[in-house]
Design a binder for this molecule. Structure first.
Ligand code: ZN
Length: 185
């Protein structure tokens, strides 16, 4: 089922996600709906906050972005990143490597807004699968960027928080308008 995507201005986007202690029927259904919603919106990632739930759950799928390469090691073994898509992560914990790169980014909660964001080139994420299995994923390229963007969401951090001051100034009136339009009540 396609879920409505929450837009900037809704306070849920600033909520830190609760850890998922046990995967129950609700989490399983939410995860399936998030994957469907992400695909229908042509997104490469979606966090639970973006569909109105403050939980440590995110889905990612970079397989459609053939122009931007990703590398992936699963539990230390290199695998084709597309073979693991869509990727579903529960309670992810991220370690960033020091080297960074600037690239353009968008967000389904900020329609029509894109900006250059500085991110680590590669990351390591430890998380659980829907089956409760712990996994360690080492990623670079677009997948590393998507992981950082989504784990930020799970902690209430948005890509506008990582824009340069000049970009934020340029977007200020649009962001203010979004905040007004999407605020509750
Ligand atoms: Zn986003």
């Amino acid at each position: 089922m396609k879920l409505p995507i929450v837009r900037y201005g809704d306070p849920i986007l600033r909520a830190k996600g609760k850890r998922i202690a046990a995967v129950d029927a609700h989490v399983r259904e939410l995860a399936a709906n998030m994957i469907e919603t992400m695909h229908l919106a042509n997104g490469i990632g979606l966090a639970a906050q973006q569909v109105g739930e403050a939980l440590q759950l995110t889905v990612i799928d970079v397989s459609g972005a053939e122009d931007q390469e990703s590398t992936l090691k699963l539990n230390g073994t290199e695998v084709d990143s597309n073979s693991l898509m869509p990727l579903l992560l529960i309670n992810p914990e991220l370690t960033l490597n020091k080297e960074t790169t600037l690239a353009i980014e968008g967000c389904l909660s900020f329609p029509e807004i894109t900006a250059d964001i500085r991110r680590a080139i590669s990351v390591v994420v430890r998380a659980q699968t829907l089956e409760g299995t712990p996994v360690e994923i080492e990623a670079s390229g677009l997948l590393a960027r998507a992981l950082q963007h989504e784990v930020d969401h799970l902690n209430g951090i948005l890509f506008i928080d990582r824009m340069s001051a000049a970009t934020k100034v340029a977007l200020r009136s649009r962001l203010k308008r979004m905040q007004r339009e999407n605020a509750p009540g």
